[in-house]
Design a protein around this ligand. Structure first.
Ligand code: PEP
Length: 249
């Protein structure tokens, strides 16, 4: 089952307006026209400006988070309608920094994923174990529980992307080996097949995230169940991000 690889940049709380626009334009200029899906997730406040900079390019606009309620008294939160209004196509749910730094529970992450899916957005659902969980042999159990945050009705495979991001590899410079990544990606695909069905599992793209960079991208992306990457640090420079994008071709 051929799956178009999807490389997405998570800019986190980085850039100012001018550098966000500059980075977006450089990515548009260098991104291949076919063979790989490319996306960028700037900070909320620059979604509009970045959306304008990438208009008509095929580069997908993403949001780093979303709230599950439609509207109302939720100070500081951002709804799916607001994101769609700005041309957002995909949303990250359950990023490790939201889970472990901000303190989001699995229940909250699940509600956000459900709201984004119901709104027709592509849900990039992030899963991954902490170092002590890996050392304690709990990796697959943790990932399984995080996959269960997705609802049974979320069965349009084109709208679901799983990002396997071992917490110990995010922003640390220490990536999972090709074999470690493939082991968990293969497990995730089996888990999706069990919960939904094989056809669904074969279509869902599973990104790897965690210190992916030009030097290690090819090996990771060559694994049979690695269908792209969610890139943090290396997405903040157009050259390194585009080198990873090209490694996916
Ligand atoms: C991320 O934040 O999703 C990520 C993978 O970060 P980094 O590439 O910097 O490890």
């Amino acid at each position: 089952m051929p799956r178009t690889p999807f490389i997405a940049g998570n800019w986190k709380m980085n850039t100012v307006k001018a550098t966000a626009i500059e980075l977006a334009k450089a990515i548009v200029k260098g991104a291949p026209k076919a063979g790989v899906d490319v996306g960028v997730a700037p900070p909320f406040v620059y979604l509009d400006a970045v959306g304008q900079a990438i208009t008509g390019s095929g580069v997908l606009l993403g949001a780093q988070d979303v709230y599950f309620e439609k509207n109302g008294a939720f100070t500081g939160e951002v709804s799916t309608d607001m994101l769609k209004d700005l041309g957002v196509k995909f949303v990250l749910t359950g990023h490790s920094e939201r889970r472990h730094v901000i303190g989001e529970s699995g229940a909250l992450v699940g509600k956000k994923a459900a709201a984004a899916y119901a709104a027709g957005l592509i849900v990039v659902h992030c899963v991954g174990e902490k170092l002590e969980e890996r050392d304690g042999g709990k990796t697959l159990q943790v990932v399984q529980a995080q996959l269960e945050e997705l609802g049974n009705n979320m069965n349009d495979a084109s709208k679901i992307v799983i990002a396997y991001e071992p917490v110990w590899a995010i922003g640390t410079g220490r990536n999972a080996t090709d074999e470690q990544a493939q082991e968990v990606h293969g497990y995730i695909r089996q888990a999706l097949a069990k919960r939904w069905n094989k056809d669904f599992a074969d279509r869902v793209r599973i990104q790897y995230g965690g210190s992916m960079k030009p030097e290690n991208a090819k090996g990771l992306l060559n694994q049979p169940d690695v269908d792209g990457g969610l890139i943090g640090g290396a997405s903040l420079k157009a050259d390194s991000f585009l080198a990873i994008v090209n490694a996916a071709l």
